[in-house]
Design a protein around this ligand. Structure first.
Ligand code: UT7
Length: 328
């Protein structure tokens, strides 16, 4: 019998403070009508003094609790983020320390908004290498720390939060079985979505001030087209590889960047709108945290039921994209 990876527990956490669209009207020249009609976002959660690993910690506690596991049982911690506490130590090391565990593997993974699905793929590979592995996979972001609050074309889009999953090996048909995962990238279009500051190509010199290169810069229209195209094509590819059709899918759970993108992908795939999960209205785009927050939220709210086949589709900077099929 072949070994599969399973999601045993899910959890998410967002900071308490909320910025509504109306709140943003006081910061930049924008309005609720524009943000709602172009993106579907109504509000986003924004940290006060929490860091990335603080958010990851709260989400991880919930995921461990749902899995019925203690942190001490973990063998690996992976955190997908582009807004970690600091470059060194990694956010995964800070998270481990906070969880009170040591002497296991920890690493951060950089694949922008696709980071969680990439991390799931890495965890699957690790579980295949060693079926006794028990892996905490987090997507955690303080995107608002990398947002230019003077740029209305980007600052209205993002929010902070974290989602976590505990992954283990198994063989049967229990809930959370990951049937397949696919991840892809194309560096050719990468400069359409950047955070350059802090990188060696933009190294700090004495006296430099913080410039726009330290924040998210995006060619929104270009990214929009790539997002719809790649999430649709990778979803079709993973379904075909598994001998399934879109009619077999109970829930489509896409990256939560923009309601128009979410609906366009659903339409192109030919799935009923009521099977498409969206919570972008409440959280905005939380980058690598978006998919695990949506998964945990959809599970908690009963949108994903026992027995449901869930199709994940993600897209982000790099450019990167990916998909996963999970049987709950
Ligand atoms: O997670 C990573 C992946 N990221 C994404 O998936 C984001 C993909 N892109 C998008 O979601 C959309 O392109 C946006 C929501 C970012 C923008 O929507 P759009 O329909 O492509 O608008 P646009 O950028 O073409 O801007 C249209 C107009 C412009 O004014 P003019 O030039 O037509 O006079 C902008 O200046 O809207 C203006 N605008 C705004 N107006 C009010 C841009 N931002 C705002 C704003 N409030 N916040």
């Amino acid at each position: 019998m072949s070994t599969f990876s399973y999601i045993k527990g899910l959890g998410f956490h967002v900071p308490e403070r909320i910025y509504t669209n109306t709140d943003l009207e006081k910061i930049v020249d924008t309005n609720d009508e524009w943000i709602t009609s172009r993106t579907g976002i109504k509000q986003r959660h924004v940290v006060e003094d929490e860091t990335c690993h603080d958010l990851a910690y709260e989400a991880s506690l919930k995921a461990l609790q749902e899995a019925g596991m203690e942190a001490e049982e973990l063998t690996h911690v992976i955190v997908a983020t582009f807004t970690g506490d600091m470059p060194i130590p990694s956010t995964s090391c800070l998270l481990m320390e906070r969880l009170g565990i040591k002497n296991i593997a920890a690493m951060d993974l950089s694949a922008a908004c696709s980071g969680f699905v990439y991390a799931v793929e890495v965890a699957r590979a690790l579980i295949n290498l060693d079926p006794t592995a028990k892996i905490l996979v987090c997507g955690a972001e303080v995107v608002t720390s990398r947002v230019n609050w003077e740029d209305r074309s980007t600052c209205v889009l993002f929010g902070d939060g974290a989602g976590a999953a505990v992954m283990v090996a198994g063989t049967g048909d229990e809930s959370g079985k990951i049937l397949d995962t696919l991840v892809r990238a194309d560096g050719n279009h990468g400069m359409n979505l950047t955070v350059k500051g802090g990188g060696s190509a933009y190294s700090y010199k004495a006296g430099d001030t913080v410039g726009v290169e330290n924040f998210v810069e995006m060619q929104g229209r270009e990214i929009y087209k790539h997002a719809v195209r790649s999430m649709t094509s990778i979803s079709n590819e993973i379904l075909k590889r598994q001998g399934l059709s879109i009619d077999d899918v109970d829930v489509l759970l896409p990256h939560q960047a923009n309601m128009r993108i979410i609906e366009a992908v659903g339409k192109k795939l030919g799935i009923l709108r009521e099977k498409v999960f969206a919570n972008v209205d409440k959280y905005g785009n939380t980058s690598a945290a978006s998919i695990p927050i949506a998964l945990a939220d959809a599970r908690e709210s009963g949108f994903i039921k026992d027995g449901d086949l869930v199709l994940l589709a993600t897209f982000g900077g790099g450019l990167t994209w990916g998909s996963s099929l999970i049987q709950f």
